[in-house]
Design a protein around this ligand. Sequence first.
Ligand code: SAM
Length: 280
Amino acid sequence: MSWSFNYDSPAAIKGVLDENGLVMSKKFGQNFLIDTHARARLAALAAPREGLRIWEIGPGLGSLTSSLLDGGASVTAFEIDHGFCRILRDQAFGDESRFVLIEGDFLKTWEAVLARNGVPDVLCSNLPYNVGSVCIARILESGCLPPLMVFTLQTEVAQRLAASSDSKDWSSLSMLVQADYDPEICFSLSGSCFYPPPNVSSSVIVLRRRESLLPEGLRPVFVKMIRMLFSKKRKTVKNNLSAMGDASVVLREAGIDPSLRPENLSINQVVSLCQAASKV
Ligand code: SAM
């Protein structure tokens, strides 16, 4: 790779942005990881090596990308900021055959890449805070399940992903993730690891795929069911399922107390609800 750039230096970042007539944008959650040690730890969790196909959402100027490429992996990077894309293509990794840039909004581009190239081995990203959880949800809802995912996320969101059932953080996102993955919050990152420092605290989380708790073919119903169940978190399960019409029958068939709140349900209970709903 020809581009040697000091990713730890805010002055260098400002310099390259100025040269290219660019400014950083809050609306795209642009907080660059400027700590070598943090980047190395994040990249090490993805264990890049020759032949490994990694997707990265939001490469920015390529700080994490560069560590992943250095490890020998192939990286498909999805970046929404056209100015950053120009730098990535023309200055940073234009001559790197293991780097593919997908320009545009990840939420609009990823499905075509999936259809073309299949599920990546690893999804690794310092996720933009504004759309991080939506990106994770869309991927899992579709049944695209990379064996390993490594993310830097707002601590609050990481805690929801890793929550235990019956805790206050247990949510539809916890269920969606833990239906197929074992989550582990590995370490937190202080604001000074980022430029500019974000207003929220950040954690690094790893999701390791294991045997699914969802029976074959049930995912679309499961996705609809958790959306319905958590549509109003303070309401009872029965109330949230009222749109189904025969909610009482479904709950009885699944052996679930209608007065429970959605956060009291386990994934297995939601699976029973899905199976009961398909029967009645
Ligand atoms: N990976 C870089 C780093 O760690 O220094 C930048 C991470 S920054 C938190 C998030 C990046 O995601 C930014 O480059 C931003 O432009 C990009 N981004 C934001 N929303 C996006 C979207 N919907 N699709 C693709 N990229 C997006």
